[in-house]
Design a protein around this ligand. Structure first.
Ligand code: C2O
Ligand code: CU
Ligand code: CU
Length: 496
């Protein structure tokens, strides 16, 4: 029984999977070989006189030698180029859709008006081109872009429609942080995918809706089992959790400390020394890792623990073989030791939001359990119609035609967010927020900084500032487990 809507792509990907699985030159040992980490091409909007050309297309990718998978990418077969834009510029994006099905491109984390946001309302029809001009007015940060097509975001991102978006500014450049792209400033897009005999397959069915699509193979920038050559010194890692559902619990195998320097919204006041870092879907973190001792280092993650309770137990039983830590990426320091590798004492004071100025409070409960269904009649109907719709927010499943909340431009509000059955990464479009409290206590160390995505299970209070208009086109708020989002755990708000 398949409960997920099937698209052209899903058909292709599945057909691709069985086709290739039928020929059996596959050596399982290929899975164990380490490969050099791919670094996506950099498009700097300054060099390209500020017009950035992206083409969403179908391609074939060899994740394992001799095995081809049907995938999607921007300007290539899987993922997209890294786009670097500069504060103060207006950057024209020229996005052509050559997929053979509709898509959108959402600039996750950019503070721009609703009609430029690339959410589900800015559909780029198959064969057409979208040309938004994006005003870049926010501080330096690591953002990303990805498909946000209504109901099929999970599928399109899984197949490869995502990329990194870097905002740079003068304050950040003045700090002298490592910033040579691909050398000491590395993008690391973390994803898990499911393979059969070396070919990518798309998980389908009820479990993949409840859990979100997950896989037994980790990749970074589309490279399975990657090794990165790095200089012997400080290296900046821009970590993006680009998985559909999986959370990472990152640490170096030798337990070396590293410095966390930027949250989703940009630089922190000062570096924070950590040894572990949790990263939920949609979240980003910049860290400085010190490789000046010249010793190889391995970044690892713990077992994937964030699953709805009952199903989590079933999955854990099925996965007993892979409990323990897994390699995310190996680093091999090369060359002479750097003359200097000092972490700066201070970074950049970000704009603090004032709690006293909050004008109202709204509550959002992300539900996947019966409670939410019972309260929200409409989601019950949705479930009967298509097997969807038991997921929702405040008991209501997403409806493109319904604006759930109306916010006034310039206001600061408190949004109290919680979730049932598991931790859900809550994301709000077009805003920055700060975490005010978590589970009734002071925020944790990883809650600091400006953000656009935050994990919630017990109640988290967010102080949100609305600086962007969304009138003709509302903004979204949703769980960033993409299958939860696709199946109704999303709402929309206008700002005017
Ligand atoms: Cu990263 Cu609404 O998305
Ligand atoms: Cu977003
Ligand atoms: Cu969720």
């Amino acid at each position: 029984m398949t409960l997920t809507r099937r698209s052209f792509l899903a058909g292709t990907l599945l057909a691709g999977g069985s086709l290739w699985a039928a020929s059996s030159l596959w050596r399982p040992s290929a899975a164990a070989e380490s490969r050099q980490l791919k670094i996506p091409e950099l498009i700097d909007a300054r060099d390209k006189s500020q017009s950035v050309v992206l083409k969403a297309q179908i391609g074939k990718t060899s994740f394992f030698p001799g095995r081809e998978s049907v995938t999607l990418g921007y300007n290539g077969s899987y993922l997209g180029p890294t786009l670097r834009v500069h504060r103060g510029d207006d950057v024209e994006m020229v996005v052509t859709n050559a997929l053979g099905e509709d898509t959108t491109v959402h600039w996750h984390g950019l503070l721009i008006p609703g009609e430029l946001d690339g959410g589900p309302h800015q559909t780029i029809r198959s064969g057409s081109t979208w040309r938004p001009v994006l005003p870049i007015r926010q501080p330096a940060a690591t953002l990303w872009y990805h498909s946000h097509i209504h109901g099929r975001t999970g599928e399109q991102v899984y197949a490869g429609l995502a990329g990194l978006l870097i905002v740079s500014d003068d304050d950040e450049r003045a700090l002298g942080l490592p910033s040579e792209y691909g050398v000491d400033d590395l993008p690391l897009i973390l994803q898990d995918r499911q393979f059969e005999n070396g070919t990518l397959v798309l998980p389908q069915g009820m479990m993949s809706v409840m859990h979100g699509r997950r896989g037994d193979t980790l990749m970074v920038n589309g490279t399975v089992n990657p090794t990165a050559r790095v200089p012997r010194g400080l290296v900046r890692l821009r970590l993006v959790n680009g998985s559909n559902a999986r959370e990472y619990d990152l640490a170096f195998a030798d337990d070396r400390p590293f410095h966390w320097i930027a949250s989703e919204g940009g630089l922190l006041d000062k570096p924070v020394e950590l040894r572990t870092l949790r990263l939920a879907p949609g979240e980003r973190a910049e860290i400085l890792a010190d490789f000046s001792d010249g010793r190889p280092a391995t970044l690892e993650t713990g077992p994937d623990g964030n699953l709805p309770m009952m199903m989590g137990m079933m999955t854990a039983a099925a996965n007993l073989g892979r409990i323990g830590r897994e390699t995310v990426v190996r680093f091999e320091p090369q060359g002479k030791p750097a003359l200097e590798s000092k972490v700066p004492d201070r970074l950049h004071a970000y704009e603090r939001l004032d709690e006293v100025k909050a004008v109202r409070r709204r509550r959002f409960v992300m539900n996947m359990g019966m409670g939410g269904m019972m309260r929200g009649g409409p989601s019950m109907g949705g479930m009967m119609r298509g097997g969807m719709g038991m997921l929702g927010i405040n008991g209501r499943t997403f409806d493109m035609g319904r604006v759930d909340e109306q916010v006034r431009l310039g206001d600061i509000e408190v949004w109290e967010v919680s979730g049932d059955m598991m931790a859900h990464p809550f994301h709000i479009h077009g805003v920055h927020f700060e975490v005010l409290s978590r589970n009734g206590s002071a925020p944790g160390i990883r809650d600091q900084g400006l953000r656009d995505t935050v994990v919630a299970q017990g109640p988290v209070e967010l102080l949100v500032k609305f600086t962007q208009t969304a009138m003709a086109s509302p903004f979204m708020y949703h769980c960033h487990i993409l299958e939860h989002e696709d199946n109704g755990m999303m709402g929309q708000f206008s700002v005017s």
